[in-house]
Design a protein around this ligand. Sequence first.
Ligand SMILES: N[C@@H](CCC(=O)N[C@@H](CS)C(=O)NCC(=O)O)C(=O)O
Length: 205
Amino acid sequence: MKLFGSPFSPYVRKARVLLNEKNIDCEFVIEDPWPAESKIPSMNPLGKVPVLQIGPDNYLFESELVVHYLDHLEGKPLPPADAAGYWQSQWWQALGNGMIDATIARILESRRPAEKQMPEKMEREEARIARAFAAAASAYQGGQFLVASKFSLADLVLGVAFQYVDIRYPHDWRGKHPRLKQWFDGIAARKSFRETLPPGFTPVQ
Ligand SMILES: N[C@@H](CCC(=O)N[C@@H](CS)C(=O)NCC(=O)O)C(=O)O
């Protein structure tokens, strides 16, 4: 099994954190989706990473599917197993995935030539991110993990999202949401997070 992608991509990082958490053997192949000669479109018609190769000519793409596949690979998906907990975890994952999407949309807009940038687009993405932090703060019940009392995909996806905000849109969300900071510090300290940090990034304390 091979995972293709960039060490800077938060979508790829979700899969890498999960592989690390579950101790699954998988080669990580660095492949940039952006250049014209990239091999990614031959594996994923959408031309995006992550791509997970699961057979000689068999590729999975879209990070949510890749994460789902890896989580079920050995028949022992991460908890929670009960229906209420499962949907709670899905809610957190949707929030985290949306934060990643918004942070990427914002950074791509900021990289356009100054005369083509739309400040209102950046503001819209920033407002989305601010609302997501506020929603997380109000849904968070306290404790080491977001759902029940074990590490779940909710912690994984929201943790990757928060750290991606730190990387691409650094701002003082911690001052506003100190309880979330406390939760996040515990997640960011995990081996799986420390060992998959994007090159050159020093975690915010
Ligand atoms: N919805 C996709 C998004 C993946 C995505 O946008 N990946 C970026 C890297 S962070 C990419 O490959 N971009 C290349 C492009 O947009 O052409 C997923 O969850 O996998």
